[in-house]
Write a protein that binds this ligand. Structure first.
Ligand code: AKB
Length: 325
């Protein structure tokens, strides 16, 4: 990717959990006039208002994507528009159409217009036969969810466009992301976000995963840093492209509840397990080995379960006290 002074960014899925925070971070970095945030939904909550350009964009329309690339002279796309694991499992046909159809259109458009593309893969790309403790960078990838199938296929398609056409495709395999902005839209790891809101509002939470389900997790500031650092990395150092394991912390629902209890001693958690999400979670890594990302582009997370929990509770408590939660 070229240096920041020429960078013109398009974000798809900009109203989503990652997109809404990444749009702001990219606006701060490259100038809000150089960042176009797009989504198929309207910004009814004003999440991105006052932060550069926001526009309607349907990634299933190749023409709409091309028009934006040409109009704004886009040089890099962060393609985040996708359905998450739990909602994808409810409507697998639609998930294939949006996740793969959208990616294909974006890849074709960037091929024609010479842009770079960031594609987020996920721990969801792993599944049966994968080593779940310290999952290696190059591991068995046989996911059993439609979400996972679209993530593996997406990784392969991005690598294909890189090898066949020289498109600058890059991506990471995100763990579950914990944040306090836009809520995640129907994932398996969502409990790790919901629990904080419930802890502040009601001091209790009913978890939809078993208490000992260990999953790889990351706090949003690290997720944003991973995307930007990878897109700004020297291409000569990248021996991998799609996608790098990135890891920060891992814990079970029970571990997270215990951490929250350190700050809210009367917090209580019970369980009402959702078999669909439990099955998905059981097939995902407990934690990934991210040494390849550390070596090839200097990946290093900042937040631990302790510092993330403290920060989440501080921010949400303040909002609650101000009547905003
Ligand atoms: C999900 O749970 O679907 C996502 C993910 C880990 O990709 N948060």
């Amino acid at each position: 990717m070229e240096n920041s002074s020429n960078t013109k960014v398009l974000i798809t899925g900009a109203l989503g959990q990652i997109g809404s925070e990444l749009s702001i971070a990219l606006g701060n970095r490259y100038g809000s006039d150089n960042v176009i945030a797009s989504d198929i939904r309207d910004d009814t909550e004003g999440r991105l208002s006052g932060n550069g350009i926001f526009m309607h964009l349907d990634v299933l329309s190749f023409e709409e994507i091309e028009t934006v690339l040409a109009k704004y002279g886009i040089t890099v796309i962060y393609h985040l528009a996708a359905m998450l694991s739990a909602v994808a499992e409810k409507d697998p046909q639609r998930a294939w159409k949006i996740n793969m159809g959208g990616l294909y259109n974006v890849l074709e458009a960037v091929r024609k217009h010479g842009c770079s593309i960031f594609f987020p893969s996920s721990i969801g790309a792993f599944g049966l036969g994968t080593l779940l403790d310290g999952t290696p960078q190059d591991a068995v990838m046989r996911p059993s969810s439609m979400y996972g199938v679209t993530k593996v296929s997406g990784e392969l398609l991005c690598d294909y466009y890189h090898g066949r056409y020289g498109v600058d495709t890059r991506g990471v395999r995100y763990p579950g992301i914990i944040s306090n902005g836009a809520m995640p839209g129907g994932g398996t790891t969502d409990y790790a976000v919901e629990i904080f809101y419930a802890a502040i509002r009601e001091k209790r939470y009913t978890c939809f995963l078993e208490k000992d389900t260990s999953l790889d997790m990351m706090y949003m500031p690290d997720a944003i840093k991973a995307a930007i650092d990878l897109m700004e990395a020297d291409p000569n150092r990248l021996h991998h492209r799609n996608a790098f394991n990135v890891s920060a912390m891992h814990f079970t629902p029970e571990d997270l509840a215990a951490e929250i209890k350190k700050h809210i001693p009367d917090f209580e958690m019970d369980y009402n397990v959702d078999p669909i999400r439990q099955k998905i979670a059981d097939s995902w890594p407990n934690y990934m080995d991210d040494s390849t990302a550390r070596r090839e582009w200097g990946w290093k997370p900042v937040y631990t379960i302790e510092s993330m929990t403290e920060d989440m509770l501080r921010i949400l408590r303040k909002r609650y006290d101000e009547g905003l939660l």
